[in-house]
Design a protein around this ligand. Structure first.
Ligand SMILES: [Fe+2]
Length: 267
């Protein structure tokens, strides 16, 4: 498959503006709650914040667990909410996903994409599938690692961001770390050969996280709904509001990023 191309929204090709929305966990019926959070209302509020604070976003990365109830109605409503962003949304699967239904929704919704490679300006984004539903943990099949290797080798001087659902690094929360990418060494073996990979962006953890390994930034984001407590040994919710990550990809591989949250949770 040839890479998808996205043009900068404001014609300022030197700067690509990206938003990461993750772990939307929608149910088939609106108004359902996950851990006390109305996931529909929370997602809608997060999207309104994103549209207001980042009106020039060129594309969105939706990094998995897009539904909690794996039914067509969940994906249809997701597509409706994401249309408000008015830019392409590149989706990858999480452990809470029906990959067939997600692919079908991407075929039916012009703003939803499931491409594995996107070029924008000087940059390239590579989307990997680490999900093995119904297993909660992450794993990168040989085909995913081979795709990554081939893509990076084909244009090794282009600054790149890798996106996937599961964290490949420890986030210091034992119950979450038990679900990280089981064969992360295979991923690192590829990434360590290519100097232009600048960041690995992931979901799954429902919390803000940043670390650096071998010059690559590892970036986790809050969920659009339910938050998990950083550092927790076992499953624990967090009262912090929902949010999302923004990234600005500039010339010469410069990457700026941060996390935005609502003022308070949506319950
Ligand atoms: Fe999740």
């Amino acid at each position: 498959m040839s890479p998808s191309e996205v043009s900068s929204a404001d014609g300022e090709e030197a700067l690509a503006r990206i938003l990461q929305l993750t772990d939307t966990h929608l149910f088939a019926e609106p108004g359902a709650r996950l851990g006390g959070v109305d996931v529909d209302a929370s997602l809608a509020a997060v999207i309104e914040h994103a549209v207001s604070a980042h009106p020039k976003a060129d594309l969105v990365l939706a990094t998995g667990d897009l539904v909690h109830e794996e039914m067509a109605a969940s994906y249809e409503r997701l597509a409706g909410y994401l249309a408000r962003l008015q830019c392409p949304v590149f989706c990858l699967p999480g452990n809470h996903e029906d990959k067939g239904l997600l692919a079908a929704q991407c075929r039916h919704s012009p703003h939803l994409r499931d491409d594995k490679e996107v070029t924008i300006g000087d940059w390239r984004i590579l989307l990997l599938d680490s999900a093995q539903p119904p297993e909660p943990g992450g794993y990168l099949p040989e085909a995913e690692l081979a795709f990554l290797e081939q893509a990076l080798a084909s244009d090794p001087d282009r600054p790149s961001v890798v996106a996937l659902h599961h964290p490949p690094v420890s986030i210091g929360s034992p119950w979450m770390d038990a679900m990280s990418v089981a064969n992360a060494d295979g991923l690192f073996a590829v990434l360590d050969r290519y100097k232009e990979v600048r960041a690995v962006v992931f979901g799954h953890i429902h919390q803000h996280f940043e670390a650096t390994r071998a010059g690559v930034r590892y970036l986790g984001a809050p969920a659009t709904g339910l938050q998990f407590l950083p550092g927790a040994a076992q499953s624990a919710y967090d009262s912090r509001p929902p949010g999302y990550r923004w990234l600005e990809l500039g010339p010469d591989g410069a990457l700026q990023t941060g996390v935005e949250r609502l003022v308070e949770p949506v319950t």
